[in-house]
Design a protein around this ligand. Structure first.
Ligand code: SF4
Length: 262
């Protein structure tokens, strides 16, 4: 077979990344944040938000983390959490899962996005765990990536949250916010993971995904981030950021009603 012509992958990756960041890719104008500043940001964000429910849902059980992560792909937490609870009430081990039919799992996890595909993936990787891993969830990224439906994000969460080992789970929120803060300059989530592994102090590896998902969903949104209410705005370089317009304060009544009639 003739060799395939080289593709324009680097350029298209940069373009895709710039679309994700909603702005052209450019460098921060100030020096990159150091890890001391990043540690302060992550600790502030930890205090800002209620803890993500994935830990309570899965009780740090690697198999439950794996299944819940697969169900969470392209699905909001409000849908994924009750769906996972319904499924775990019926089956929470590979042995119990493969005893279910795809149709039964579909009904339990509906209306998760791609619920039919996910039901088959869950049965497929559960069978693989039984056949090749003695029914246990592996604790390395490479082994996890051999399972059907498992990508780097899920693999990192299973290693970090499920097994309690150092892992950095980089999703679109982590990638976007780390670049906006001016802590790194990267084009893709995979590159972000590589740079964070070199730069981010180990104690923050398992924290960064949890706090940045919450921050990305509630404040540092992809479009129109709410910089005016952000608790880490004083540390942020706002690289390629177009904040939402600051909401106008409600007009005060010129004549204040009396507090009480006596
Ligand atoms: S200041 Fe704005 S861009 Fe920076 S982290 Fe906060 S919300 Fe995101």
């Amino acid at each position: 077979m003739p060799p395939k012509p080289p593709s324009a992958k680097p350029e298209s990756s940069a373009r895709k990344a710039s679309t994700r960041l909603n702005q052209p890719v450019s460098e921060p104008t100030l020096p990159l944040l150091d890890s001391h500043a990043m540690a302060e940001i992550l600790e502030t964000l930890e205090r800002t938000y209620d803890f993500h429910p994935m830990g309570a849902l899965t009780a740090n059980n690697p198999y439950k983390v794996l299944v819940a992560c697969v169900l969470s792909l392209r699905t909001k937490d409000e849908v994924m959490i009750p769906a996972s609870e319904r499924l775990f009430a019926v089956a929470d081990t590979p042995q119990a899962m493969v005893a279910l039919s795809p149709e039964t799992i579909e009904k339990l996890v509906f209306p998760c996005g791609f619920y039919k595909t996910k039901a088959r993936s869950i049965i497929d990787f559960s069978q693989t765990l039984l056949d090749e891993f003695d029914g246990k969830v592996p604790n390395t990224i490479d082994a996890l990536l051999t399972l059907k439906g498992v990508g780097r994000k899920t693999a990192n969460l299973v290693v970090g949250l499920g097994h309690g080992l150092p892992a950095i789970c980089v999703d679109t929120h982590v990638h976007r916010i780390c670049n906006r803060l001016g802590y790194i300059v990267t084009q893709t989530p995979d590159e972000t993971e590589t740079v964070l592994r070199e730069k981010l102090p180990l104690p923050y590896w398992s924290v960064i995904n949890t706090v940045m998902v919450l921050h990305g969903q509630q404040t540092c949104k992809p479009i129109g981030p709410r910089c005016d209410v952000c608790t880490v705005a004083h540390r942020c370089q706002q690289v390629n950021v177009k904040p939402r317009p600051v909401p106008k304060a409600a007009p005060k009544n010129k004549t204040q009603p009396s507090a009480s009639k006596q």
